[in-house]
Design a protein around this ligand. Structure first.
Ligand code: ZN
Length: 324
């Protein structure tokens, strides 16, 4: 029997990443298609199915090369019913029957999972995890996502909402409003958006001159990358902002570690591209707040898979299902 592939899909608000992946987790082919949010999201799964069929033809493969399709989607998942709850930006109505829709359009067995959980599974399988079965992933992007893996399995929670690390309350009083409706969530200070917001607050209330202010004056706006780049060059205001960000991240990561004592907490997502510069600052606060036995056994590290984590984690879902 020739080697089978798994289709791994990482569904995003604007683009969908798709990959054919071997049972050993090697990516054979990966590509992206636009996510079509019109018509209440009714075209999303049929577009994915079409993209997969076209790619198989291009690669000279038959449909039976694929043994299943795993998908990460941006929202909480009801695993028993295979539905995705509450995903407004994809056009789907509440409780969209994603698993059934995927199986119908692709004619493949499907599994679905929250996208941040998929990223965590990807890092466990082929990334920073390196075989670790107890691992927590914090994805720092436009928002902050999280995935908790205990003994090789995602901790899903009674309503599919476990591991929402971005919505851990980091600032209990007078915190900024979060997209989820609460205030003071970790996401409001540790996401790219949150970092820019903190930096703009500081720039607006101080008169300091520096590289970050020069960028603001020249372009009328700043990005999270500007904050990191200027901090690396010694910009005082940018360094102060990153100290606040690192404090909250280190504090939350330490308390997650105090609760779960995983072998590692992995920082991923676009913001983590700041690399060891960010990691070392977060570690400084992590060791301060971690319980001794936890500090000595849980490590903080950077994700290694970048954008591939989601499709790999989605493929792992199918592999894991077959092994059960
Ligand atoms: Zn929130």
């Amino acid at each position: 029997m020739s080697e089978k592939w798994i289709a791994g899909v990482d569904l995003g608000g604007t683009t969908t990443k798709i990959a054919f992946i071997t049972m050993d987790g090697e990516i054979v082919e990966k590509w992206e298609v636009p996510t079509d949010n019109t018509n209440e999201g009714q075209n999303i799964t049929s577009n994915i199915s079409k993209a997969i069929d076209e790619k198989l033809i291009e690669l000279g493969q038959m449909k039976d090369k694929l043994i299943g399709i795993g998908m990460g989607a941006p929202g909480p998942v009801d695993y028993e019913k295979g539905i995705i709850l509450n995903v407004v930006n994809l056009g789907w109505r509440d409780n969209y029957p994603l698993k059934a829709s995927l199986e119908k359009t692709t004619m493949l067995p499907a599994t679905i999972e929250n996208d941040a959980n998929c990223a965590a599974l990807g890092e466990m399988w082929k990334g920073a995890g390196n075989g670790a079965k107890d691992l927590v992933c914090i994805t720092l992007g436009t928002g902050v996502g999280g995935g908790v893996i205990a003994n090789g399995n995602i901790v899903q929670g009674v309503n599919g909402a476990a591991g929402e690390i971005g919505h851990i309350t980091a600032i209990p009083f007078d915190g900024a409003p979060c997209n989820c409706g609460k205030t003071g969530c970790l996401e409001t200070v540790a996401s790219a958006t949150g970092i820019v917001r903190l930096a703009m607050e500081e720039l607006n209330k101080s008169e300091t001159t520096g590289e970050l202010r020069k960028i603001l004056n020249a372009y009328g706006k700043i990005t999270a990358k500007d904050v990191f780049d200027t901090a690396k060059n010694g910009d005082v205001l940018a360094l102060e902002v990153l100290d606040v960000v690192s404090f909250h991240l280190g504090f939350v990561a330490a308390n997650i570690a105090n609760t779960l004592n995983p072998s590692m907490i992995v920082l991923g997502g676009g913001v983590s591209k700041a690399g060891s510069f960010l990691l070392e600052k977060v570690k400084g606060y992590f060791v301060k707040f971690a319980f001794t036995a936890v500090r000595e056994s849980t490590t903080l590290s950077l994700a290694t898979l970048g954008n591939d984590a989601g499709v790999l984690g989605a493929a792992w879902l199918i592999k894991n299902k077959l092994n059960q």
